[in-house]
Design a protein around this ligand. Structure first.
Ligand code: IPE
Ligand code: IPE
Ligand code: MG
Length: 234
């Protein structure tokens, strides 16, 4: 690593809004789905880099609850890639000692996808190199609603606490994201980690996701290392 990055100042959990695939493709006069394909390669690179650097939890926003609003051809293309990625890459993740997890309203996905998801989660559950959390059909508002629903469904009628609600989130044992990165130049979170990101540090990159490199990840980490987090204290 170029400039010294102290291990003690590394974020434990980095979340990434992988944005800019469509514009990356457009710039090259290619269909959007080619951009998503290139985005998958970038994801592999960044998972490897994050693990090498020593990031313990990496969450990636792959598909939002609002992304269904896209043309069905694009949605279908994304589902195809998701299936391909799941079928081809889960074994590789296991070999790399990565624990694979999914966060989102998963029940909308077809049976064959759910089966691979469940198998991958089960097979990798004891891996401790890095946790990679794929946020698929994820929405922060929906996650909070789902947590409330779970609480109500359990018959609970006491005082609702933060701890109780947190327990109903999709990956409650994963620490809150310390650093949230968004690529693609937009300055918003688009419904990512609303509850968990309450005190996250933000980092925005103009790079389109397929171009996002290890060097840019390191720039984000360096920026994070120089910040003072106060959590409301003086
Ligand atoms: C992010 O890239 C990937 C998904 C939302 C699935 P986009 O497809 O949003 O790319 P842009 O923002 O249109 O460039
Ligand atoms: C956010 O990107 C969702 C993902 C990267 C999966 P979008 O491209 O969907 O966000 P908006 O529409 O620009 O807010
Ligand atoms: Mg976008």
């Amino acid at each position: 690593m170029g400039e010294a990055l102290e291990t003690s100042k590394l974020p434990r959990h980095v979340g990434i809004v992988m944005d800019g695939n469509g514009r990356w493709a457009k710039k090259r006069h290619l269909p959007r789905v080619i951009g998503h394909q290139a985005g998958m390669k970038a994801l592999e690179r960044i998972i490897d880099a994050a693990k090498e650097i020593g990031i313990r939890y990496l969450s990636v926003y792959a598909f939002s609850t609002e992304n269904w609003r896209r043309p069905s051809s694009e949605v279908q293309g994304l589902m195809g890639l998701f299936r391909y990625y799941l079928k081809g890459k889960m074994e590789q993740m296991h070999r790399r000692n990565a624990r694979v997890r999914f966060a989102g309203r998963m029940n909308v996905f077809p049976e064959d996808i759910l089966k691979i998801v469940a198998e991958a989660e089960e097979k990798t559950k004891d891996n401790d190199g890095i946790d990679v959390i794929f946020c698929t059909n994820y929405g922060g508002r929906q996650e909070i609603l789902d947590a409330v629903e779970k609480l109500l469904a359990s018959g609970f009628n006491g005082t609702v606490t933060e701890e109780l609600l947190r327990g109903g989130m999709y990956v409650p044992d994963v620490p809150d994201p310390d650093l949230l990165i968004r690529t693609g130049g937009e300055l918003r979170m688009s419904n990512f980690w609303l509850w968990e990101g309450a005190y996250s540090e933000y980092y925005f990159s103009d790079a389109f996701w397929p171009d996002f490199s290890r060097a840019e990840l390191e720039s984000a980490l360096l920026s994070y290392a120089g910040r003072e987090r106060r959590f409301g204290t003086a």
